[in-house]
Design a protein around this ligand. Sequence first.
Ligand code: ADP
Length: 294
Amino acid sequence: MATLKINNLTKTYPNGVKALNNVSIEIENGMFGLLGPNGAGKSSLMRTLATLQEADGGTAMLDDIDIFNNPKELRRNLGYLPQEFGVYPRITAEQLLDHMCILKGITNSSERKELVKYLLDKVNLFDKRNKSVKGFSGGMKQRVGIAQALIGNPKLIIVDEPTAGLDPGERNRFYNLLAEIGKEVIIILSTHIVDDVRELCTKMAVMNAGRIVYQGNPQNAIDELDGKVYQRIVAREELESFANKYSIISNKMVGGLPLIHVFSETNLDNGFELVKPNLEDVFFSKINTSNVLV
Ligand code: ADP
């Protein structure tokens, strides 16, 4: 069982943006969802943990590895799948993984051969091993990305927005693969897609404007909202007055009209209907929803 402890991490970019504002989280084996809107600071946190950039302050420990004081040791225990997993042109899946094994220091060629076969099998691409990765679908590329992230038996795997651009079938296969791997290691899944977290993660954090605004179990967060979320269809021109009067947590179009979800501790009438809250309600209620009318 591995544990990642992040304490009071801060990062301000030279342009003054405070991307990490006292971030503290503790994460154990399994799939951990880091959910936040674009610009929340997720990638900044992931890149910092992957030792690709430095924090201004704070600590991070992966078991007994002090990540910032011992980045080399961290990298030996890290698998990283960045947002865009770039591949070399005209290289087969097998060649690519073989090459990545060399980069990760596996010099013995028979050991490498064995490992590449194991990895291709694990991500269900063994049949495609002699095909050029460049011609792969988005989902297949992501599976190659996961295969390379598994080289060296990492304790920590970071996947940054992995499902963007995948069709539903590919997404499901990718989810299943992650869920299986997540039994043995820590996987941090950084995403702005609520479904990714709902389907995969038993623990999560919500991040907004550089801060962790919630951490815990997705179902507990949903239960906390039970009996407090109401919905109503409104006319477009009424939106603003509703926004002034109620605490709107989300607004989506249904049949051309805005369907709003509203948070309220007290009973609402005036055409409102109590609804079962979902993870999307959690997400929107935790983040600053000032852009809800946009
Ligand atoms: P997310 O991954 O949640 O979308 P990021 O970590 O990419 O968020 O960005 C957090 C904030 O920091 C954003 O306001 C973004 O514009 C800013 N930012 C990210 N990287 C840099 C950088 N290299 N220089 C300056 N600002 C940055």
